[in-house]
Write a new protein. Structure first.
Length: 180
């Protein structure tokens, strides 16, 4: 059961429209982080994204249950990371390079205190730059003590072998029929 939960719950790569923002002192958690599913997803993308410099890793960790995991998946397999493993792997890179993840589409399924979010993302080096990557974050959430927390995030980057499927792309309004 634990193995299934870890496999299913490995989802995230971060994504909500984010603009350049000044880096701030760690807050551990904003008051509304996790009040709703939207707020925890927004907080996740917010804390991950920004110009070169440090991130608010205390706030990042506060979004998760203590046992929460992050799992990048590729054609070569997967790696299960603790929150600290992720911080250790990411800190030097984001200190030198900007990283902006933005969510371009979302699908949510919820039952009681459990929710699954498929969050399609695009990654950029600057807030308004061209995307260098796209993929899907699979985010498992649980509601604990009235707050939504991340149990796991797994993500896979789009490749030629695995393009993002149509149902996970943004929907655009259908053009009005043209009169002939």
């Amino acid at each position: 059961m634990m193995r299934v939960a870890m496999m299913l719950g490995a989802a995230l790569a971060l994504a909500l429209p984010v603009q350049a923002k000044p880096q701030q002192a760690p807050t551990a958690q904003a008051p509304d982080d996790g009040a709703t599913i939207d707020s925890v997803i927004a907080a996740l993308y917010d804390v991950m994204s920004g110009p070169p410099g440090p991130r608010d890793w205390a706030r990042f960790k506060a979004l998760f249950v203590p046992e929460g995991r992050l799992v990048p998946v590729s054609d070569n397999g997967l790696r299960v990371l603790t929150q600290q493993d992720y911080v250790d792997r990411s800190s030097a890179v984001v200190a030198k390079e900007g990283f902006f993840d933005s969510e371009i589409a979302r699908r949510i399924e919820r039952y009681g205190n459990v929710a699954h979010v498929f969050s399609t993302y695009e990654s950029r080096r600057t807030a308004d730059g061209a995307p260098f990557a796209r993929g899907i974050n699979s985010i498992q959430l649980v509601r604990v003590a009235g707050k939504w927390r991340i149990l796991s995030i797994s993500w896979q980057r789009e490749t030629a072998a695995y393009p993002v499927p149509e149902p996970y792309l943004p929907t655009s309004p259908k053009p009005a029929p043209q009169e002939k």
